[in-house]
Design a protein around this ligand. Sequence first.
Ligand SMILES: [Zn+2]
Length: 192
Amino acid sequence: MMLIIPYIAFFAVLPDFLHFEDLRTFSHSMIGLTILVLMALVVLHFLFKIRRAQVLIASVAAGAHLGADWLFGHFFPLYPFSSRYESLNSFNTYIDIQAEIVIFSVAFVVFMIIFLSARTIRRSTELSNSEKWNVVILILPFLGMELLEAAYFLQNMATVGLGVSRMVLLIIFLTTILGSVILLRSVISRRR
Ligand SMILES: [Zn+2]
């Protein structure tokens, strides 16, 4: 249970770790993402002996990222064979921020339910050392990504100003960051 959140968190942002030009195209294509997810899973399995459920969660989370980018941006389904991109709505985050908030809120509620359930927290004391490292190794890059995104968001906000919806989004960002830190702390500061 405790390992579900890190797997969702890490694989949901995995494609965006490669957010530069062609690499972004690669990580946002079906083949590229499959390769990335497989590579990450092989490394994770080598380190931590992961289970089938984790493979499933990772695949769904990574797939959902492409789905979201399809909705709110674009992705390249057949790259490298074709650089044609697919996009359902060509608006970006700052123009249609309301839609983003709806999606974020749903994700956020799910996240919080898992996170706040007393069972999850209690389970953290039952994690093995290897599982503890597994959490850390997935949450740290996720946290880095969230910090970067929040910084980018704030920078943009400095030019367009702060509205109610942007405020909500900012709070969601900060809560994810705080949640990650709490999760890390609960894993690291655990006593045997
Ligand atoms: Zn993306």
